[in-house]
Design a protein around this ligand. Structure first.
Ligand code: GLU
Length: 433
């Protein structure tokens, strides 16, 4: 049987433990998700029938603050996946120094097959099922794969109905009109862009001479492609779930975005056009895109895309993980041996949760910031934490991923020890006999 995703994710922790000063208490506590909730959500479908969907919410660790993490709608969502994603959120929040623990949610569903009203009933039903488990000081939701601000708005509204008071801080990534933050929609891409820009000079590279391939053309990959295109990078390949396009001299990214956004018949809030439909370009598969000879490869779709099966074929010099967990731990080792620099998800895609934190702060203070304020705060935090991770990697001669975990673990370990009772026992008080 193949290893569970959580077991694979935990392997990163094992490697980092060698370099981090952390107590045995902390190691033991971080091995297991704190709470895992599984719910069945009955939904009245448009044809009058009743369908029951499976939903999950996992709080991995809340020592550093309330749980924080998105909700994913995807046919492949399982408890194992949600636990791994909650694990990553725990380390992401710690690596960025955000006052949150890690959590994640998901529903096993193909949202593109639902009507807009069915999607709304499902989203509200999910909140009905998990309401006792979440809250602005307990566990805060956000968008993830195939969820968006409209869905976050429904979720916040449903929670407010249940608790009988307006509670914007229970969900981030909301529409601006319901207390969302400016800059949140683009934050994952913007954060990744700041990380890439800050790291490039370390490799004596400039945007104009750098070729890029991006797997995934949604909220993260699509917006990042546009930012990089505007900065002068040569984005030679992009793909979505249907496949990808390649152009040796670079794609006209705004044109690809426009084409993809123009939907025929807006039955559901998902566009039904693929980047593959763009004219006059070579079409390639998602698999082939990963193997292109480019300077920068950006997996921005789903997890487990680079595995031990295809890691040997990767030719990029630098990989920036915008998706969560796109590279397995076995593939990580192969890429390391090949001398490829992998900038890990818990840094590169942390712009989303960082601006979620800003949204939560704004909701609680009632004072709203400008886009410049949001982006400046995001840039200084993500670049600063990236510099720290770079320095740890250099000092210990370890991979950037291990360094990111070392950085996160020291913050987590400190909090776990501060809360624990080990001192009492190590001072002899707790000894029997
Ligand atoms: N789903 C995003 C992530 O994986 C954002 C989470 C959040 O904003 O809480 O980081």
């Amino acid at each position: 049987m193949t290893k569970s995703m959580l077991a694979d994710a935990s392997q990163r922790l094992e490697q980092a433990l060698k370099y981090a000063a952390i107590s045995e208490d902390a190691i033991e506590s971080l091995k297991f998700p704190q709470t895992s909730l599984s719910v069945s959500i009955p939904v009245r479908m448009d044809d009058g029938s009743l369908k029951v969907f499976q939903g999950y919410r996992v709080r991995y660790d809340d020592t550093r603050g309330p749980g924080k993490g998105g909700v994913r709608y995807h046919p492949n969502v399982t408890m194992d996946e949600v636990q791994s994603l909650a694990f990553w959120m725990t380390f992401k929040c710690a690596a960025l120094g955000l006052p949150f623990g890690g959590a994640k949610g998901g529903i096993t569903v193909n949202p593109k097959a639902l009507s807009r009203m069915e999607l709304e009933r499902l989203s509200r039903g999910y909140i009905d099922a998990i309401a006792d488990f979440i809250g602005p000081d307990v566990d805060i939701l956000a968008p993830d794969v195939y969820t968006n601000s409209m869905i976050m708005g429904w979720m916040m509204d449903q929670y407010s109905i249940i608790t009988r008071h307006i509670c914007p801080a229970v969900v981030t990534g909301k529409p601006i009109s319901m207390g969302g933050s400016v800059g949140r929609e683009a934050a994952t891409a913007t954060g990744a862009y700041y990380v890439i820009q800050s790291m490039l000079p370390r490799f004596d590279m400039t945007p104009q001479t750098t070729t890029v391939a991006i797997q995934g053309f949604g909220n993260a990959g699509g917006i990042l492609a546009e930012l990089m295109f505007a900065a002068g990078y040569k984005v030679v390949a992009v793909s979505d779930s249907q496949g990808g396009v390649y152009a040796k001299n670079g794609l006209d990214i705004p044109a690809v975005r426009e084409m993809k956004a123009s939907t025929r018949g807006i039955r559901v809030p998902y566009c039904d056009r693929s980047v593959c439909e763009i004219d006059d370009q070579d079409v390639l598969t998602n698999e082939d895109l990963l193997k292109l000879d480019v300077d920068i490869l950006i997996p921005a779709a789903l997890e487990n895309q680079i595995t031990e099966d295809n890691a040997h074929d990767i030719q990029a010099k630098l990989i920036f993980e915008v998706a969560n967990g796109p590279i397995t731990s076995a593939a990580d080792q192969i890429l390391n041996q090949k001398g490829i620099y992998v900038f890990p998800d818990i840094l590169v895609n942390a712009g989303g949760v960082t601006v979620s934190y800003f949204e939560w702060v704004q909701n609680r203070s009632g004072l709203y910031w400008t886009l410049d304020e949001v982006n400046q705060k995001l840039q200084s935090r993500i670049v600063e934490e990236g510099d720290r991770i770079w320095a740890i990697a250099r000092d210990h001669d370890i991979s950037l991923r291990t360094a990111a975990y070392v950085h996160a673990i020291s913050r987590l370990g400190e909090a776990i020890s501060a809360k624990g009772t080990r001192d009492y026992y190590t001072n002899g008080h707790g000894r029997k006999g």
